[in-house]
Design a protein around this ligand. Sequence first.
Ligand code: SF4
Ligand code: SF4
Length: 177
Amino acid sequence: MLTDPAEIRRLARQHEAEDLEFRRYVHGRHISDHPLRERAAALLQTFDCKSCGNCCRQTRVPVSADGIAAIAAFLGMDAGKVRQLYTERGDDSSETLLRQQDDACVFLDAGLCMVYAARPEACRQFPAIALHADLLGNRMPSVCRQAAICPVVFQALEEFKHLTGFHPKARHGVEVS
Ligand code: SF4
Ligand code: SF4
């Protein structure tokens, strides 16, 4: 399975037109995404996320007031202090996000989450296609976005394309092992 984040990002960018074509293919034929979910869940069970941590580098994590309180309790700190030290406002300023440090979530340390037991809901739900079949995150555009970040989703999506008999017009000699 391909695990290099830079290579996955490069291929995902290269697959953008193909992914759009695939979304239309799936939609037009009413193909169930069940095998994709099953495969992503199975891959996630056997994959060591500690060797990756790419979602903690490539995504911005929203955190609610309850989420901040949970982290504060876990760290034995005051919630206001956690907010001040570890969060920042999102671009539209209505959202509170975990702060980034060295191009990763402030809580990522040597590939490990320092607040794992109290991590925000968004972290618990990623990747939604493998973990939360009921969420909007399962929709194909979202799956394609997650495939650019997560090796598990990338692999599951490529296998799903193959399983459905999809032959992309948009692909130009790119093979995925
Ligand atoms: S809180 Fe933990 S799981 Fe969530 S992005 Fe940060 S390091 Fe990753
Ligand atoms: S990007 Fe995917 S494989 Fe990597 S740590 Fe996150 S969930 Fe695990």
